[in-house]
Design a protein around this ligand. Structure first.
Ligand SMILES: Cc1cc2nc3c(=O)[nH]c(=O)nc-3n(C[C@H](O)[C@H](O)[C@H](O)COP(=O)(O)OP(=O)(O)OC[C@H]3O[C@@H](n4cnc5c(N)ncnc54)[C@H](O)[C@@H]3O)c2cc1C
Length: 390
């Protein structure tokens, strides 16, 4: 293999580059990323960068010298617009065409937006460093903030903005924050935590409109006609895989790039990170993970499998791991945390906000969650089994 192209210059793309060189690939390596800045880490964006406690440049994933050691042609500020798998070319927005023998797709996600209020100033999404800095600049004026969406991103943004002393309302369609991710029982604890910290919760509600005055957002309208005054609105209603550039490629697409169990999409073409959707060998279910650890682990597998070829490729079968930091809570979770699972508290005390909970489904322990209990949580890792395939 002479030339490998990586599309997506972030956690997964960069890990793939590292892995390819570590595994002995000496050919030409090209990485394409549509953002101008070198690869950086996203988890701090909704936490320390938004809070202003971490300098933006400290999110960088590699110093310049380390990037140079990878001996790659790093094409930043360049967007891939087309892939021809048969001709083995990737076309960029400026018309440049890159030939490849091997390709790793690592283009991540784009934030979902509301169908209204798009042109109003003060309406934000948060996925990139630029977006975090733009939002941070707006927060300095001490506005009334409404966060729409009570998943991981929305709850983190609510916690950070509230920690800055702002007036914050969190709106979510589910009965509790994080209900879809961690279930309503743990979600109830998350709701308590936000309320104790002074966040106004509007749960079980959807947003029907955004009102504006003089071109700037002024209020959020809910489905029960509640009007929430707002100077800044953050839309955190999930993301969609960044596969627009692959639309006419003929590659199998659905909720992401549809790979096989080894992360291969087509001969010599692999996907990794938030954009990759693969049949998890332990569950048989198609899976797409939006977790930082997965971006690294899956990129390692994709890179090794690309070099090994189909004969030597190994299935990708991780136990998922994710975390969120909100106020003084560090919540970490391994495995699968289905919303309808039975929860067993096995260590500590939920009311004291220091505990470990196990998620039981189908007679097995399928997930483990630690709330300010990182060390204890690790001890339960070995007890996890995958859910039984339906
Ligand atoms: C604000 C925020 C906070 C988070 N916090 C946590 C956390 O606390 N814990 C956790 O486990 N996970 C967290 N995550 C998730 C974690 O950051 C992601 O799982 C991880 O970034 C995925 O890496 P990736 O490389 O697959 O995709 P991304 O990081 O999305 O990178 C994809 C890159 O591809 C580029 N790209 C897209 N399309 C094109 C194209 N056509 N041409 C060229 N380049 C393109 C994009 O600009 C982007 O730089 C958070 C995510 C965000 C946004």
């Amino acid at each position: 293999m002479d030339h490998i192209v990586l599309v997506g210059a972030s956690a997964a793309g960069l890990t793939a580059a590292d892995a390819l060189r570590l595994e002995g690939f000496t050919g030409t390596l090209t990485m394409v990323g549509e953002e101008l800045c070198p690869p950086y880490d996203r988890p701090p964006l909704s936490k320390h960068v938004l809070a202003g406690t971490l300098e933006p440049h400290k999110t960088t994933l590699r110093q310049d010298a380390d990037l140079q050691r990878l001996r790659m042609d790093l094409k930043l500020g360049r967007r891939a617009t087309h892939l021809d798998p048969a001709a083995r070319t990737v076309t960029l927005a400026d018309g440049d065409r890159l030939d490849f023998d091997g390709l790793i797709i690592a283009t991540g996600l784009r934030p979902r937006r509301l169908p209204f209020g798009r042109d109003l100033a003060g309406v934000h999404v948060l996925r990139t460093l630029d977006e975090a800095l733009t939002l941070r600049a707006q927060l300095l004026a001490g506005p009334r903030v409404v966060v729409i969406g009570a998943g991981f991103l929305g709850t983190e943004i609510a916690a950070t903005t509230r920690s800055l002393g702002l007036d914050v309302t969190l709106v979510g369609i589910e009965p509790t924050p994080l209900a879809g991710q961690l279930g309503t029982q743990v979600g109830g604890l998350v709701a308590d935590m936000h309320q104790e910290n002074g966040v106004r919760l509007c749960m079980g509600r959807s947003v029907t409109d955004l009102l504006g005055a003089g071109g700037r957002v002024s209020a959020v309208v809910l489905d029960d006609d509640t009007l929430l005054p707002a100077d800044v609105v953050v839309v955190a209603i999930g993301s969609v895989p960044a596969v627009d550039w692959l639309a006419d490629s003929g590659l199998p697409l659905g909720d992401g790039v549809l790979c096989d169990s080894t992360c291969q999409v087509a001969p010599g073409i692999y996907a990794a990170g938030d954009v990759a959707n693969w049949p998890h060998p332990l569950t048989g279910e198609r899976t797409r993970l939006e977790q930082r650890t997965n971006a690294t682990q899956q990129a390692l597998t994709a890179a090794r499998n690309l070099l090994a070829g189909p004969g030597g490729a190994k299935p990708y079968a991780p136990i998922p791991f994710g975390w969120t930091d909100q106020y003084d809570a560090k919540i970490q979770f391994h495995g699968w945390c289905p919303a309808d699972a039975r929860i067993e508290y096995v260590d500590g005390d939920p009311q004291a906000r220091k505990f470990v909970a196990l998620y039981h489904a189908g007679g097995r322990v399928v997930g483990a969650l630690g709330w300010n209990s990182a060390r204890t949580l690790r001890a339960y890792h070995g007890r996890l089994a995958a859910p039984i395939a339906a």
